[in-house]
Write a protein that binds this ligand. Structure first.
Ligand code: URA
Ligand code: SF4
Length: 213
């Protein structure tokens, strides 16, 4: 029989008027799915309430798991460069993930822990934390980085390769999807610059939308 996990407490915390910092603190002890067991710590989002942009990735990676902060590894460094090129100050951006614990499978050699894709149940269990972040940050524009974020927030039919950079709506807010920074890192040498430019162009769409919103 499937194991039962306690429900995610985020909706209750929001209803009680908890601040973003208080919600983040509660998330440190989250045991609402199996992923907490093999990860070092909860990696909650980072940034200011009131940030113009809320950026959503998939889940923390190996380095984020160790440091306890989102997008601080190789993908994060690439994201920082893309944000700078698009004219977005990291202080204007709240950065988070759909899933707050690192899911991994055993690798070998220099990479003992390899990224594993979160499943539907894990994504659903974690979602209330993300919803709470969106409510408390109240951004002008939500930016989905990659398929996991785009499909869980904007609908399963979204394809970031096709729908990137298109202005969309999310619960009455402006939203845009783009490729994941890791997809830029994984691209072939020939393709990498084009993908990076696409990421910057999509972030620039978010900047334009923020002026309308
Ligand atoms: N990839 C993500 O989706 N999120 C991170 O925080 C780091 C890498
Ligand atoms: Fe809780 Fe999300 Fe971690 Fe699962 S992944 S234990 S729902 S914080």
């Amino acid at each position: 029989m499937a194991r039962e996990y306690p429900p995610n407490p985020a909706p209750e915390l929001v209803a009680e008027g908890a601040t973003l910092a208080e919600i983040a603190e509660e998330a440190e002890g989250c045991v609402s799915c199996d992923l907490y067991e093999r990860a070092t710590q909860t990696v909650f989002g980072e940034g200011m309430p009131g940030a113009t942009f809320l950026l959503v990735g998939e889940q923390p990676g190996d380095q984020e798991d160790k440091e306890g902060a989102p997008f601080v590894g190789p993908a994060g460094r690439l994201l920082d460069r893309a944000l700078e090129e698009a004219g977005i100050d990291r202080d204007e951006a709240y950065v988070t993930n759909v899933v707050k614990h690192f899911k991994w499978k055993a690798g070998g050699g220099p990479k003992p822990r390899l990224h594993a894709k979160p499943n539907r149940g894990e994504i659903l269990a974690c979602r209330p934390w993300l919803d709470a972040e969106i409510i408390r940050v109240d951004p002008a524009v939500v930016v989905c980085l990659g398929a996991t974020a785009a499909q869980s927030l904007l609908g399963k039919d979204i394809r970031v390769t096709r729908d990137h950079g298109v202005p969309l709506e999310l619960d009455g807010r402006l939203a845009v999807a783009t490729i994941h920074p890791s997809a830029v890192l994984r691209a072939t040498d020939d393709d990498r610059q084009a993908r990076f430019d696409q990421l910057v162009a999509d972030l620039s769409v978010a900047v334009e939308l923020s002026h309308k919103g």
